[in-house]
Write a protein that binds this ligand. Structure first.
Ligand SMILES: Cc1ncc(COP(=O)(O)OP(=O)(O)O)c(N)n1
Ligand SMILES: Cc1ncsc1CCOP(=O)(O)O
Ligand SMILES: [Mg+2]
Length: 214
């Protein structure tokens, strides 16, 4: 997750899943094309369910050479030797996540619409900062709205990669990619894609490539 490759797809799981059944969908998604990173984002589940999901899904990500991050739970990510964690402003603080995971892990931080939060996270050592939401989304009703101007300004002043999230679809990602986003982060656009998750990943990759070429 270096952000060296101009712009890549960052995939987040649905918030509710049954790991055994979902494994086939994940396999299909990752067979569909390039995915820079997978984040396990479960909500309203107990620790055992989180553990079962990590055990079942992380090997599939690794078989595709895709780093596996855990949302909200750097403690569980450390317990299972995951590649890293994503933390929000109301979650485990970045410094504690880093302490739990060690210097080599990937730790990303939600920064909403704020260059100030992003500067703080980057100065503290975050591997990426995440801006959003860009568009309406039912996945997490937005409280903040990020802009392509923020992405552009961020890309001009720092080399710390930035992730764009929130309502991003193949047909609206062009300006975000062209503004300099390093990663396009997606939940429903892949899992609810009419051609299945593999078709969804392929569609995002085509759209990113077209935006970079345009
Ligand atoms: C890559 C990425 N960006 C933002 C988020 C949102 O994190 P947070 O604000 O903590 O909200 P929840 O996802 O925990 O509901 C994310 N998970 N990943
Ligand atoms: C987790 C999260 N954080 C900000 S928007 C969002 C949801 C993104 O999901 P989708 O790609 O389905 O809009
Ligand atoms: Mg969170």
């Amino acid at each position: 997750m270096t952000g060296d490759e101009r712009c890549r797809l960052y995939l987040i799981t649905p918030a509710v899943l049954e790991p055994v059944a979902f494994a086939d969908r994940l396999q299909a998604a990752l067979d569909g094309g390039d995915v820079a990173c997978l984040q396990l984002r479960l909500k309203d589940v107990d620790d055992d369910a989180f553990r079962r999901a990590i055990e079942r899904l992380m090997p599939i990500a690794h078989a595709h050479d895709v780093p596996f991050l855990v949302n909200d739970r750097p403690d569980l990510a450390a317990e299972f030797g995951c590649d890293g964690a994503h933390v929000g402003q109301q979650d485990t603080p970045y410094a504690e996540a880093r302490r739990l995971l060690g210097p080599d892990a990937i730790v990303g931080v939600t920064c909403h619409d704020s260059r100030h939060l992003a500067m703080e996270a980057a100065d503290a050592g975050a591997d990426y900062v995440a801006f959003g939401a860009f568009f309406h989304t039912e996945t997490k009703p937005p409280r903040f709205w990020a802009t392509t101007e923020l992405i552009e300004a961020w890309s001009q002043v720092t080399t710390v990669p930035c992730v764009a999230i929130g309502g991003i679809k193949p047909d609206n990602l062009g300006p975000i990619v062209q503004a300099g986003a390093d990663f396009i982060c997606v939940v429903t656009g892949v899992w609810d894609h009419p051609d299945g998750p593999g078709g969804g990943v392929a569609a995002y990759n085509r759209a990113i490539a077209a935006a970079l070429a345009g």
